[in-house]
Design a protein around this ligand. Sequence first.
Ligand code: TRP
Length: 458
Amino acid sequence: MENKIANRQGFSSGLAVFFATLGSAVGLGNIWKFPYLTGEFGGGAFLLIYLLCIVFVGLPIMLSEFYIGRKTRKNVVGAFEQLKPGTPWNSIGLMGVVASYLIMFFYSCVAGWVYSYVFKAIRGDFSGITPELANTQFASTINSPVWPIMWQVIVVFVVSAILISGVKNGIERVTKTLMPVLFILIIICDIRALTLPNSSKGFSFLFHIDFSRLTGPVILTALGLAFFKLSLGMGTMITYGSYFTKDNNMVNTALRVAISDTIVSILAGLAIFPAVFSFGMEPGAGPGLLFMTIPLVFSQVPFGNMLLIAFFVLSSIAATTAMISMVEVPVAYFSEEKGISRTKAVLINAVIILVIGSLATLSADGSSLLGGFTMFGKTLFDMFDFISSNILLPIGGLLIALFIGYATRKDDLKNELSNNGILRNRRVVDVFYVIVKFITPILLIIVFLNSIGVIKVS
Ligand code: TRP
């Protein structure tokens, strides 16, 4: 047993743990989803609720997942099986695998759009762009029945190649090199956006709080975003936690990742909203927001096209490192529980993602090939997104919080989170325990009941 654990791959240092985990958290969630949801749901008020969700729901669940992963050193299904053999808790793992697929189906599609924008920027498609042209460019990008699928294939190919290289040579190496580059690029983009005429309007939109905008569905969406952002509720952080070093201070890692990730989201908002207002666009434009504004931000400035390329390169980096962490969940599960090789597990998953993911791509917009096909008023693309972010991730998170609060011995928790007493963080762990046992589950249940109309909070 010891031997098997020793042979299992893992990250090699604290820095590698930090960048890999941050690489999972930072993704299209920051650059694409956070700005368009904040725009749609009214700016500052949404941001405030989102931040509360990060503190009282996101952080405790992230730490819970780290605990489960590092204690067992197993994939998401194996981990629960080891902690509570033969109990219904094990279904959390399987549910996580299902959720990871639903997310990958649409995530790989949006990542494909981002890749294609790098290519378009290099080709010079955005020179002399106007707000109208930016709209048509985006519509034609996502409505073509061929090109978005081709880009999706490229995304899945890149992700698979990194995953086949392994945890250390693939995930660790790529995230450690690329995450710092991403930070630098986004700051350069912000400087440009904040020097646009009228940019202060965008600034105040992001930070001005209007409580009248807060309704049940808005709060549920903020909660869903918190899960999506920090890669929680489906075992990504259990899987990555299982690769952490023995001496990692997991409380610190969780805090640093959550804070850095939130900074990246706000930086992305600061690159996008000033442009929205500067060019008289609509902040509630929906999923196309990123693609329609960013080309305008950099139009008509010296080196604008270079900056544009830089922005979409950084978005591609973020999307790729996040997607890696999603696919790692079923890959670790297949290769450790089903006895197939890592390479085979990656290839099988690539095929599944492409076959079903292409249907998401073909339904991304009302005028796409399959866009007319809807269930409950949602296209297939929206359905994958809605079921995973707003239903499966919060339910997975609730079950994980209950598992830690009610099915885990507090001493086990204390030992693991303090690295067997080496770290002096007894107090912090006590606070965490109270939050995860009482506050997190209650908040999750209230938001749920409210969103399905059983109780009315707002
Ligand atoms: N956090 C990533 C983002 O913001 C997406 C992501 C990666 C994710 N792994 C996940 C979301 C697991 C939910 C669950 O883009």
